[in-house]
Design a binder for this molecule. Structure first.
Ligand SMILES: *[C@@H]1O[C@H](CO)[C@@H](O)[C@H](O)[C@H]1NC(C)=O
Ligand SMILES: *[C@@H]1O[C@H](CO)[C@@H](O)[C@H](O)[C@H]1NC(C)=O
Ligand SMILES: *[C@@H]1O[C@H](CO)[C@@H](O)[C@H](O)[C@H]1NC(C)=O
Length: 319
């Protein structure tokens, strides 16, 4: 039966090519959200659009990882068929020949979704498109930020840690200094078949430049975004690689001497949460000592110069 259909399909396809073209399926596109939240009340609408030209629709089928879960065949009564999709259900009231709505998703339903459209006789022209969907279990709490000191002196190195509770998938962590994004830790893709929740963390070292650099009037110095990759799959090997994963940033403190540091956990475009900001200020500055060094340095130079001028004058006078 299926073979017969294939042969007919081939014959018609040949005729069609000779004929120069109607009854075909064109412009098949799939539209699936990149990510949705898991759980009760959450849903995802998957759409498939196509142009059948003069042909009628024979069927539209939806698959997750090669397993069919929804079929729409207009000629059949009823036209809709649903197959078990463990970890979610299909909302029939909002599913038809163009879209399927799935509700109450579990993160194990993350993966590739496919839409297959077949035109009706005589050609049964069939095409298929695929797109990934990730079902997200976000972290429970906001990211937690700790910092080695709440104040600094010029030349200090501040160390900061940002950690995020377990989530699926592991979030990316972005560092913000006075609301400028300065660095980020990107979580590596985990294996497709692994739906484990994982925590994430990021370490940042900020070197505060000395006063001389500050006078040059620069602000933030690390020009491009610093990026580290956190391997969430081989996370247990962390110890050996720890040093490589420390992000480094060089800062010329702002004129006020104060700045804020915060970190943000992000999962695709659907989850973003920021830590409490940390206000970091300069230790009571000591402009007197800086000026003192400078002026004493100059006065020594001055007096040396004066001495030699005087010595010269004395010599000249003597001649
Ligand atoms: C369909 O594809 C044709 C070319 O294959 C293109 O000219 C046309 O704009 C497309 N239509 C839509 C709605 O995308
Ligand atoms: C950051 O985390 C590392 C490793 O977990 C730890 O050794 C270090 O003391 C932490 N630093 C701060 C400032 O909390
Ligand atoms: C993390 O960032 C990378 C690079 O920008 C991006 O490709 C990836 O999708 C992000 N991961 C998550 C979970 O948002």
């Amino acid at each position: 039966m299926i073979k017969m259909r294939r042969i007919c399909h081939l014959i018609f396809r040949l005729l069609f090519l000779l004929d120069g073209g109607v009854w075909s399926l064109r412009n098949l596109t799939i539209s699936v959200p990149r990510a949705v939240l898991s759980g009760e009340g959450q849903s995802a609408i998957l759409r498939c659009s196509y142009d059948l030209e003069d042909a009628a629709l024979y069927s539209i089928r939806w698959y997750r990882a090669e397993t069919e879960f929804y079929r729409f065949v207009p000629r059949e009564m009823p036209p809709t068929m649903v197959f078990p999709l463990p970890g979610a259900s299909v909302d029939l009231t909002q599913s038809d020949h163009q879209q399927v709505r799935i509700v109450n998703l579990n993160r194990r339903l993350s993966g590739d979704y496919q839409c297959e459209v077949s035109a009706d006789a005589p050609l049964f022209h069939t095409d298929i498109r695929s797109a990934p969907l990730t079902v997200v279990d976000p972290p429970f709490r906001a990211p937690h930020l700790t910092i080695s000191r709440g104040s600094y002196a010029r030349g200090d190195v501040l160390r900061a840690n940002c950690s995020v509770d377990e989530a699926y998938p592991a979030p990316n962590i972005t560092w913000k200094l006075d609301d400028h994004k300065i660095a980020e830790t990107v979580s590596w893709r985990t294996s497709d078949l692994d739906f484990k929740e994982r925590g994430a963390f990021s370490q940042l070292e900020i070197t505060i430049l000395e006063a001389e650099h500050y006078k040059m009037g620069l602000t933030y110095t690390s020009a491009s975004l610093n990026r580290a990759y956190q391997d969430t799959y081989y996370g247990f090997e962390k110890e050996q690689k720890e040093d490589k994963e420390i992000l480094r940033y060089t800062l010329i403190p702002p004129p006020s001497g104060q700045f804020t540091l915060s970190c943000e956990a992000k999962i695709f475009e659907i989850y973003t949460r920021k830590s409490e900001p940390m206000y970091i200020r300069e230790d009571a500055p000591h402009p007197a000592s800086v000026t003192g060094e400078d002026s004493s340095g100059t006065s020594i130079a001055h007096s040396a110069l004066l001495t030699s001028i005087c010595a010269g004058a004395v010599l000249l006078h003597a001649l």
